[in-house]
Write a protein that binds this ligand. Structure first.
Ligand SMILES: [Zn+2]
Length: 409
């Protein structure tokens, strides 16, 4: 293997996606005399070293790889699951990175991908509806041009698969404090241990961070049932690769968007606790929603007022067209002037009474008149700046605020 194995997450708004919505790729070649890179290990302590430089791959090599990959899929794939549609591709050179960007931001059809694979003379292993080929191809096409992160995944012994995971939550908080470049480990408000998946998969936990070598410390800090093995993946997680600047007029279903505009109406809380408001820009308006699972983030959204200038980040829900908020930048807040109380009589100091519809105010005793009630600017509890959904509601691709401004060269 050359370099880290790669875990690539795909467009999160695709309704027919798989649960993990990810694809894995590895680069293989011949070991050369270079410092090996340690990307994983097993409980008996044997580590796997990586070479660094590939040599050209022959047709015969591709066939050997096909046999290895096919036997792995036959052994481990859960074909009986309706949503499992495995696909694997073996390529001697990667597709254009555009294939990746389209797969993480749009809807890509299977036949388009099959055309790409044919052009590149790929070895293709397709099962059931063959849609797995789309993710597999995108994973190979990914290049961490702008940004990337790493995830250390520890795996369970197979006799424990499906049983409840044993992980000490306090040790996860310690991990959060001690491995400072890791992120999304623990949700302190909602008491959610984010490193453990909820599915009956072989993963014990996954720790995400900016520096691969630092993540290895997690193995010593997290107190858990014994792990069988661990691997560090290079990933597109937490990079915001899925979101692009769009407008209310140009945004389409299944996309994710960054839209700047003005809050058009007071946010409404719907049954179920979802909070919705309308955002307008020069081209029109679109609904934005903070759904119930985004917990305390909804408190921020509820406090928005018409006229506030914001930039929203989120995936597009189809009907009605709604931005599912992942984070928001509040650019400016209005301070509307509201009536506080009736005017005070300058002679006697008592509050005046209404003199009738549209006729101002009058002091009953002194007969003084006034048209102006006492007004005051609304005090806002919000401040300008960034707000994001809590760790427990974070999507794989969403860049946490902790990482904002971090761009690796
Ligand atoms: Zn008076």
């Amino acid at each position: 293997m050359i370099g880290y194995p790669r875990l690539v997450r795909l467009n999160p708004n695709i309704p027919w996606k798989t649960r993990g919505n990810g694809a894995i790729s590895i680069q293989v070649g011949w070991l050369v005399d270079q410092d090996p890179l340690f990307f994983g290990g097993t409980s008996d302590g044997s580590f796997k070293a990586l070479g660094s430089l590939p040599r050209p791959v022959s047709k015969k090599d591709m066939e050997k790889l096909r046999v290895i990959v096919a036997s792995g899929i036959d052994r481990y794939a859960r074909f009986e699951d309706d949503t499992t549609n495995p696909g694997a591709v073996i390529l001697s050179k990667p597709p254009s990175v555009e294939v990746y960007y389209r797969t993480v931001t749009e809807v890509v059809r299977l036949d388009e991908i099959q055309e790409v694979l044919e052009r590149l003379d790929a070895v293709v292993l397709a099962y059931k509806n063959a849609r797995g080929l789309i993710g597999a191809t995108a994973s190979v096409a990914w290049q961490p041009i702008h940004d990337c992160t790493y995830e250390l995944i520890a795996y369970r012994y197979s006799d424990r698969w499906g049983s409840e995971r044993v992980i000490d939550a306090n040790s996860v908080q310690r991990l959060d404090a001690e491995v400072s470049q890791s992120f999304d480990n623990y949700d302190y408000i909602n008491h959610h241990n984010r490193i453990a998946p909820r599915s009956p998969c072989p993963v014990l936990y996954g720790v995400r961070g900016d520096t691969a070598s630092e993540l290895v410390k997690s193995l010593a800090i997290v107190s858990s049932e014994p792990w069988e093995s661990w691997v560090i993946f290079q990933t597109n997680q937490a990079t915001d690769d899925h979101v692009f600047k769009r407008t209310t007029g140009s945004v389409q279903r299944y996309q994710s968007a960054i839209i700047t505009g003005e809050v058009a109406q007071i946010p409404q809380t719907l049954p179920g606790g979802h909070v919705i408001f309308s955002l307008k820009d020069e081209e029109g308006s679109i609904s934005c929603a903070a759904y119930e699972p985004t917990k305390e983030f909804r408190q921020v959204i509820r406090q928005l007022l018409p006229g506030d200038q914001v930039t929203v980040y989120g995936g597009v829900r189809v009907s009605p067209l709604t931005i599912n908020l992942e984070k928001i930048y509040i650019r400016s807040l209005v301070s509307p002037i509201v009536k506080l109380e009736n005017p005070v009589c300058p002679s006697c100091g008592k509050h005046m009474k209404s003199a009738g519809h549209d006729q101002g105010y009058r002091c009953r005793r002194c007969k003084t008149m006034s048209n102006e009630p006492r007004r005051s600017a609304v005090q806002r509890d919000l401040s300008v700046g960034w707000y994001e959904v809590p760790v427990c509601a974070r999507r794989h691709l969403s860049k946490p605020l902790k990482r904002m401004g971090v761009r690796k060269k």
